[in-house]
Structure formats: C-alpha cells, structure tokens
Design a protein around this ligand. Sequence first.
Ligand SMILES: *Cc1c(COP(=O)(O)O)cnc(C)c1O
Length: 523
Amino acid sequence: MANPTGWKPTMENDAKPGAAAPTGAGLGGATRGLVYEEPLLFEHGSRGRTGVSLPPAPKDYDPAQEIPAALLRGTVEGLPELSELEIVRHFTRLSVWNHGIDTGFYPLGSCTMKYNPKSSEALARLPGFANLHPLAPPELAQGALELMYQLERALSEIAGFDATTLTPAAGAHGELCGLMLIRAYHEAKGNPRKKVLIPDTAHGTNPASSALNGYAVVQLASGPDGRLHPETVRAAMDEDVAAIMITNPNTLGVFESNIAEIAEIVHAKGGLVYGDGANMNALLGVARPGDMGFDVIQYNLHKTFATPHGGGGPGSGPVAVKAALAPFLPLPVVVKEGETYRLVTDVKERPRTIGRLREFWGNFAMFVRAWALVREYGPEGVRATGELAVLNANYVRARLKDTFNLPYETASLHEVVFDDKHQQAAGVTTMDIAKALIDQGFHPPTIYFPLVVHGAIMIEPTETESKETLDGFVAAMKAIAEEAKTDAAAVKAAPVRPVRARLDETRAARKPILRWRPGMKVE
Ligand SMILES: *Cc1c(COP(=O)(O)O)cnc(C)c1O
C-alpha cells in the first residue's frame, strides 16, 4: 500500500465542487491547499511499532510480578501502536482542522473572542511563575502574591468596587460566587430571601447560578427598545427579592440606561444589584458598574482581559464587591502587611467568609496574563480598548444594516444583533448563514442568542481586529446575502470547503460517541 498511514490528501477546491467562491477575506489564500482525511489514532500504525526507544528489558524480567494480582488485567487488545512521527502528524493535522483566534476572525457575540498577546503568554511561562508550587510558603511566593494583590486592586478600580476575589474559575463560577455572597449577606441580616429578578435578555448561566443558590427566578420582560424599564422592576420588586441580575450592556449590546433608577428601586426594598460583567469590554475605562449602583460583578478575564478562551487555558472569573459584601469573600484572600504579602486561609481570621470555592489560589497563570495586559495598556490603553470595541461593532453595524435586519434599532455598544428576517423569504436561515461563513474562512458569530431575538446573529468584533478584517467579514456576509437571493440551495448546502461539512448537530448532542471501542463502526 502506497499510503501506510491511511491519510488521503485532496485538493480542497477540486474535491468539493459547487462551493460559492470565497471572498478570500477570511483566510486569504489559505483556504486552498492540501486537506487531510484523518483516521483515528487507533486506525494508524501497526503492531509492534513504537514511539520510544528504551533499552531492552532483562531476559528474566516479568513486569506482571510488580503489580498486585488484584490490579492485573488480562491482555489489553487494540491499543494503538505508532511511531513518534505518526503521532506528531496526527495531532498537528487535527489541530489545523480547528479554527482559533490565531487562525482567523472569531466574532462570537457575548464571548469577546479577542487576541491573546504572545507577550502575556511569555510572562505566564516565566519559570518563577510557571513552576511555583501552590503550597509554597508565602516567603517563597512574594512575587506571585504581590501580582495577585495588584491585579485585585486594578480590577476593583476599573469596575469601581472596594474589593475583589480572584478565586472563581470562570464567569459562571463567578456568578455562583457572587450569589453566594448575596445569600450570605441576607442570611447575616437574619433575612434570607427567596427570589432573584432576571431580564429576558440574560445569559443562561444567570438563572442557573440563582437556582444553584436556592433562589426562585422571576423573569422580567425587556421593553421594545431592548432595555429593562424601571416600572417593570418596580412591579416585581418586593422584600422577598434577594437581588436583580443585570448584564450591562446587555446581550443585545444595548446599554441599560435606566440602571441608576433600577438600582435605587431594588436597594429601597433591601435587595442587591448583581452585574454580569461578561460584557465589561464595552465599558473599560469609560464607565464603572460600581458607580451605577451595582453591588457585585464578576469579570471574565478570558473575555475582557485577553486571557485564552477554551483550549489555550482555563478561564478566570474574579468577583468585585462593595464594602458591605467584602467580609463574605471566599478564601484565600491576599493581604499586604507592611511590605509583605500573605494569604489568609483560616476561617478564624474571616469568620463570615463563604469558605473556599476551589483548591489553591485560582487559575494563577491567567492572573499573570491579565496583570500584564493591564500594566502594558495603562489607563489610556484600557480606555482605548473599550472605545475601539464599541467603534468596531458600530462599523460592522453601519455596513451591514441595509443587508440584514436589525431587530432593535437602539444604539449598539460592543456587539450588534441582527436576524434572518430579510433572508427568510428565500428559506435561508441564521443557521445557513452561519454555515456559509465557514466557507468564507470566518468563524460564525453567536447565533440564536439572545433568546428574545428570533434567529439572532450576534456579532462582537472586539477591539483587536483591523478595518481590513472587518471589511472582509462584511464582504463575506454580503456575498452570502446575495447568494441567498440567487441560489438559496447553495447557501443551505454550506459549508462545503471544510474537512467536515454540515454535521447533524442534534445527533452529535444527543448521541455523542465519546469512547472508541475495538471494532466499532460509526455510520
Ligand atoms: C460568557 C458569559 C457568561 C459565562 O461565562 P463563562 O466564563 O463562560 O462561564 C455569563 N454571562 C454572559 C453574558 C456571558 O457572555
């Protein structure tokens, strides 16, 4: 056999006729070239092949004797046996099937998929940070503790709060933490409450975090302008409401301009105002939630502060609070005493703490990256981030608003939500448009969220994209809208260029095959 590893190189454009010509904007010329069909690791290699070279075992050596009999299995059949080169090629090929922020534009609304600077990566890999053991005594970890202390102060200042915990591992974990603080606050007053108010534009994690804290969720309808209105809040507000959870700007990209009045209504009845800070990118350096009446917010460092999202590393969801909530913050807390830093880990020192949310200090390498970004940008750079993020979203909005329907005319901040109303007549849906974008070399935007918009297409360019990239994206979106008019079937057949075309997403979600078994057949 000429091709022992089983991969099949194909010329992508020859192999898949019928694709709409890409605008070439997404990946430039990179959408042409070799595409490999990649078998599973188990389907590579051959018996006896190995990727390591070890000296042969002594003749009378029997490894089975070193393992307790109870743990010994019979023979294990069907494990892959591969050379080092086969393994390297396998994983390298798989890695280029994926689309990442380093490959191309990734305009997922609400997710803030911005560039992760390589300088931050280099700092996070400094041996003193990367190799520091989480149980190292504080005298050997002064630099790391100082960095945490400074980041906590910077995050408190940027959002206008008194104290911040870096512990939570993601945005949703931050929400959970924030609501635990709110619950502890009400319980400490001897007044546990039962409900949390959440507008209909909210991210699904908001009701989930409330429910996990034992609260009933009361959904509030936003107005025709996409905003929450004071009278809606007033009607729902009573002394059983622990908090309202608001994302500002909300997930329509619309600024909740009634926020100060809403906060007053909630505070007047003893409730607290929780801010879902996932959209902080829009406000950076320009406005502070702490000045708008929020009592607590979570940050998403992997969104706002350019730390990796997903595959590149874990998330991080610091929570910033007003002084009234500070005694309840989780452990550990970094404190500065004179010129020395220390971690408070003992409940006796913080009797009202909600306790520990996770092991050790949080996702420390993310703190290094976020700290590096804040220090590199400084106040002007932080402000420019917010301003450019809003400018970029509004540029996309202005250039696409005659092609795609804008369900809410209200001004956009850092993201813009369209829908598929203009394309529906041709039978082309948001899903089809998203799939067609893949052929153009772009990651699709967030779709079908927020739920208040039927067929939502939610685009968040972030500040890190150039005008050329945005122009390329706009050209691709317009080309798809044009094709929807002339050849709807072609749009509905997209994507045809990637290694895997349109997948059965329902089946993938309902019947996932997560484990390979010898001899298994997947049709
Ligand atoms: C991303 C996001 C969250 C959840 O954050 P994770 O870090 O993914 O857990 C919550 N709310 C909004 C509005 C978001 O965009």
